[in-house]
Ligand binder design. Structure first.
Ligand code: ADP
Ligand code: MG
Length: 716
């Protein structure tokens, strides 16, 4: 690919060989190894591994190298890129320039500027953690996630992933708790590994591969849907005669227009070092998925934020709009984000990999049991990590996955656990002969057991767990933080027991007994059946598993003393931080529903009523005209009446919505307010929608004020 005629030059790097282009816009470890003196590079790696603090001298050298690299690539500005509690990413740009005093400039970027920024924090949610007079917030470089260049028509900016904290050191973002949870998990997992006889691993780190779902719609249609623009979803829309029932979209041939979009999306992601790997059509019409190869979780969290941003920017260059909302369209599938999660040691052992010998089998069974216990004990917390207004349309509605947390292991593995727990051997199958930890080799487990159950919210898929409740538009930082802490807590209990064993006493027996006791106590959370079936709801209830449908109820767990104690014990959140987050999430829920209700009312008043009234009048006029010539056609009169009748109902329901909305707005206590939005405002919106959608079905198509579902879902 040395020469290149004009046609192949896309100007986006597509004419460069892939291996050269990949990561060219990321200041990755490979780039640092190339550009930093070897001793400095080693220092940075030690800081990444949590072995050292970053010294100002090292920071200065890294900053200079980073600046030179960025400027060579055309950057004029840098920004500390962070994740405030809005769930989005934030950036404040500074130019590299520094005046020399004689009318010229130098390009400057010091270690201090790399390590620490001072954006005004007062306009970000803090949940009362920051008094208004103390607006200061600080961003601090997250050495574990590579800096990258954002490149668009307007120029190039160096983006430095950072953590965001208040003047008093409270976390104001989603990154700080994530990093703390990784440390907590590492600490406890290493204790367990040491007790198992591992002397070599120094750290463990969670790995994450998120599968991102999204819809694409024609920009032209999007621009004519104020509801999509303001809320990310359609608050109205009658289902067309065809939905997803033919199952013809999932894994279907990708249309050229979409393929072209996906190709550019991949290139943009590859340039910043995001290993976008898999893409396909999803279940609903115009729904798609992109999945990168997994990486350590702090990088994966940042990368996923960038994937979402890039989806939007590339779509707009293709005359499209990417919808990342969890439920843009009623009546067809919503979008989630399967959070594939595992835990690895720094010397390359995946702790959720069953392995091939009795020793690795024992380790796997112990860590997998710990996950069962963690998921059972912290089911409410995990449920709360996916509790947003948008995701509420998926969880607990008639849609995947259910709001009940359960784990899927598949038959073979479940049999093995049951067998260990009961200490029995029926001899029916290999898995059923008695397993002796540290002695028996596990039978080979079929890897493809995993995907046979798409209905489980938490599925073991061969060597990782897939948490499927997470919503498509959410940051994955919080779900991963909770997973890490929950597992850390269980492992610390295991480590206490193992460390208390007298030297030389039966380690394998101790492990066997931990697995047996823990699995017995928590196996109620293991469920291999159909998570969508009615009978599962009853069975789950019988097992005592919580089924929390509403997001505000799910968020309450954050204010419970045992949750706060858990976070405090592992140094992830203080009481204030935990309580403030509960506040922020509840408020965010209320604000979101409030906006949707406002948009609903607005669209009814300003768009739907006028159209429906004139359609009814026009049919009535037709009826009169036909009657005047003695025609025997009552259809126009019937249609006029039907439209007018439904319009009347629409008017009444809208008035009711206005009333309950005003009541909810008047409430001050965040939980009570969110409950009012969930329990009163949302059903009132539904009642309005029912009438509006009925009107859409009978008002002449060319008079309806919005593009319909058939355009949004089927045209591309
Ligand atoms: P599926 O879930 O559809 O079967 P894959 O098994 O290929 O698909 O994986 C889906 C995602 O899981 C990918 O992003 C992949 O990189 C990620 N993944 C694979 N192994 C791990 C792991 N050990 N830790 C975290 N994520 C992983
Ligand atoms: Mg998957």
């Amino acid at each position: 690919m040395s020469s290149c005629d004009e046609e192949c030059c896309h100007g986006d790097g597509r004419d460069t060989p892939l291996t050269e282009m990949y990561g060219s816009n990321a200041f990755s470890n490979a780039m640092m190894r190339e550009r930093l003196p070897v001793n400095i590079y080693r220092e940075v790696v030690a800081v990444q591994n949590g072995e050292k603090e970053l010294s100002p001298q090292v920071a200065d050298v890294v900053a200079t190298a980073m600046r030179d690299w960025a400027v060579e690539k055309g950057a004029t500005h840098y920004t500390h890129w962070f994740h405030p509690l809005t769930g989005l990413t934030a950036e404040k740009h500074d130019a590299f320039i520094s005046p020399t005093g004689d009318g010229r400039i130098l390009l400057e970027f010091s270690g201090k500027e790399l390590i620490k920024g001072e954006p005004d924090a007062s306009s970000f949610p803090s949940g009362g953690l920051r008094a208004t007079f103390e607006a200061r917030g600080y961003t601090a470089w997250d050495v574990t996630s590579p800096a990258f260049l954002k490149q668009d028509k307007t120029g190039v900016t160096l983006c430095i992933p950072t953590a965001f904290i208040s003047y008093y050191g409270h976390a104001l973002d989603k990154k700080v708790p994530l990093l703390k949870s990784i440390d907590a998990l590492s600490k406890q997992a290493i204790r367990v590994l040491r007790a198992l006889g591992n002397e070599t691993s120094k750290r463990v780190f969670p790995t994450v591969g998120p599968e991102q779902e999204y819809f694409l719609v024609e920009k032209e249609f999007y621009d004519r849907r104020p509801d999509l623009m303001l809320t990310g979803r359609t608050v109205f829309g009658a289902l067309p005669a065809k939905g997803q029932e033919l199952e013809d979209h999932y894994f279907g041939a990708i249309k050229e227009r979409v393929a072209d979009f996906m190709r550019e999306l991949n290139y943009e992601l590859w340039k910043v070092g995001i290993p976008a790997k898999t893409q396909h059509n999803e279940v609903a019409p115009n729904q798609f998925e992109i999945a990168p190869i997994y990486s350590n979780s702090s990088t994966a969290v940042d990368a996923n934020q960038l994937v979402m941003e890039t989806l939007h920017s590339v779509a707009s260059r293709h005359g499209l709009e990417a919808l990342i909302h969890e439920k843009p369209f009623a009546g067809v599938n919503g979008s989630g984000k399967h959070n594939n999660w595992s835990v690895s040691t720094d010397d390359g052992v995946n702790l959720f990999d069953p392995g091939e010998n009795p020793e690795s089998n024992a380790r796997f069974l112990l860590f997998a049991t710990a996950v069962v216990e963690a998921v059972d004990r912290y089911a409410l917390l995990l449920r709360s990590s996916a509790a947003t207004a948008a995701n509420e349309f998926r969880l607990g509605a008639n849609e995947a996955p259910p709001a009940i947390i359960s784990i899927f292991f598949g038959g073979a593995l479940t049999e093995i656990f049951d067998n260990i727990a009961e200490g029995k051997s029926s001899g029916k199958s290999a898995a059923n002969s008695q397993i002796k930890i540290g002695v028996t080799s596990l039978p080979a487990l079929p890897k493809d057991v995993s995907d046979r159950n798409r209905t489980s919210p938490f599925a073991f898929t061969g060597n990782k767990f897939e948490f499927r409740m997470v919503g498509s538009s959410q940051s994955i930082a919080t779900p991963n933080t909770y997973l890490n802490v929950a597992l850390a807590e269980v492992l610390s209990g295991y480590a206490d027991k193992l460390e208390a064993l007298p030297a030389g006493s039966g380690k394998n027996e101790a492990i066997q007994s931990i697995i047996r006791e823990s699995y017995k106590a928590h196996k109620k959370v293991v469920f291999n059946g159909n998570g969508y079936a009615e009978e599962w709801l009853r069975e789950a209830e019988r097992r005592g598993l919580p089924n929390i449908k509403s997001a505000p109820d799910a968020l309450q767990v954050l204010s419970r003393s045992e949750t706060i104690a858990l976070f405090e014990r592992h140094g992830v959140f203080s009481r204030e931080e935990c309580e403030s987050r509960c506040h922020i999430y509840l408020e965010k829920y209320s604000k979101q529903v409030n906006i949707e209700a406002g948009v609903t009312i607005d669209l009814v008043q300003r768009y739907i009523f006028p159209v429906a009234t004139s359609a009814a009048a026009s049919f009535a006029g037709d009826a009169a005209a036909l009657a005047s010539v003695g025609a025997n056609n009552t259809a126009p009169a019937k249609r006029a009446k039907k439209i007018a009748d439904i319009s009347g109902e629409l008017y009444d329901e809208t008035a009711k919505l206005e009333a309950v909305l005003a009541e909810a707005q008047a409430l001050e206590e965040p939980f009570a307010q969110a409950k009012a939005y969930a329990g009163k405002v949302k059903p009132a919106m539904e009642a309005v929608r029912l009438r509006a959608d009925a009107l859409e079905k009978i008002v002449p198509k060319n008079e309806w004020p919005f593009p319909g579902y058939e355009e949004l879902l089927f045209k591309l």
